[in-house]
Design a binder for this molecule. Structure first.
Ligand SMILES: Cc1ncc(C[n+]2csc(CCOP(=O)(O)OP(=O)(O)O)c2C)c(N)n1
Length: 323
């Protein structure tokens, strides 16, 4: 892995962290309506996976999807406008955090239905294969979603059809307040891949290079017609399940546990390596951070100045089955 790629990885993760921190502040101050789920601490997974993708590849996301959209090329300003419910947002202000979609960059949607994207990804993979394109689909979801029927049906369907889908479990140790050990008796969720006849792998989800290496193997295999794969990335969410959750998730977790995972921060890990190897300087990192802050200020201004959707937009993008 060359240094430019590792700098891009650091930049990508910092870009997600800066967004999540800013919108958390805005949400708690009452500027963002509805509900949203932050991925602070999990940044290595979208960045490592999306760096293996080409333009034209597809991404299916979950309810915790801001990082996925950003890693696939999403722009702060259109995301911010969507969060503010404005017409200039990715879903014309009618979707919010759990319904970002922008087909032009391959983002087929964040999704409020836990596990909902898994069978859809199999269908998109089937379309790609049917059309004889070499586009692959990366589908992100949490460990809780890996307990749903949709997971089993979706993975089996993808395996039977041998479609180019890479399923990524973001195992952040909890499904809302339910810890992993109360959901199943498995140490590694990736062993489930064997039940469907696809390769499965568990990696340290806070190590962006490890995520990239595993995703690259799976993407290359899928693109060459080798079918789907399952990758479990072990990580941790730093904040509560949703922004504004009581005591930011401390009701069902201990501060020591949170602190121990913060020690394994994926950004600090790569940053320390790059500084020690003199690949970047503190000044470079400060400049990157200032750039993100500036871009975020512009995004907030853009969202504020943008109009709300018109009444006439109410039924636009709503599909009705005709009799
Ligand atoms: C089908 C469905 N069941 C339940 C919910 C309520 N719900 C929202 S998020 C969530 C937990 C999801 O946990 P996980 O898949 O591990 O993702 P994480 O929130 O940890 O990223 C649940 C049960 C839902 N949105 N959809």
């Amino acid at each position: 892995m060359n240094n430019e790629m590792r700098i891009d990885m650091l930049r990508g993760m910092m870009r997600i962290r800066a967004f999540e921190e800013k919108i958390q502040e805005l949400y708690l101050a009452g500027y963002i309506p509805g509900s949203m789920h932050l991925s602070t601490g999990q940044e290595a997974i979208p960045v490592g996976c999306c760096m293996c993708l080409r333009e034209g590849d597809y991404l299916m996301s979950s309810h915790r999807g801001h990082g996925h959209v950003l890693a696939k090329g999403g722009e702060y300003k259109y995301m911010m406008a969507e969060l503010y419910g404005k017409k200039t947002g990715y879903s014309r202000g009618k979707g919010g955090s759990m319904h970002f979609a922008h087909v032009a960059i391959g983002v087929l949607g964040t999704n409020g239905i836990v596990g909902g994207g898994i069978p859809i990804a199999a269908g998109v993979g089937f379309a790609s294969k049917y059309l004889e394109s070499d586009r692959v689909v990366v589908c992100f979801f949490g460990d809780g979603a890996a307990e749903t029927g949709a997971f089993h049906e979706g993975l089996n369907f993808a395996a039977v059809l041998q479609v180019p889908v890479i399923y990524i479990i973001e195992n952040n140790q909890y499904a809302i307040s339910v810890p992993r050990k109360l959901s199943d008796r498995l140490e590694d969720l990736s062993v489930r891949a064997a039940a469907y006849g696809m390769p499965g792998e568990t990696v340290d989800g806070n190590d962006v290079v490890a995520v990239y290496d595993a995703a690259k193997r799976a993407v290359e295999r899928a693109r060459a017609g080798g079918g789907p794969a399952l990758i479990e990335c072990k990580t941790y969410r730093w904040h509560g399940h949703h922004a504004g959750e009581p005591r930011d998730g401390l009701v069902y977790r201990k501060q020591e546990e949170i602190d121990s995972w913060k020690e394994k921060c994926p950004i600090r890990r790569l940053k320390t390596q790059l500084l020690e190897e003199q690949v970047v300087t503190e000044a470079d990192i400060d400049a990157m951070q200032r750039g993100f802050q500036q871009e975020l200020e512009e995004a907030v201004a853009f969202a504020n100045e943008s109009p709300y959707p018109d009444e006439s937009d109410l039924l636009r993008d709503v599909y009705i089955a005709e009799e």
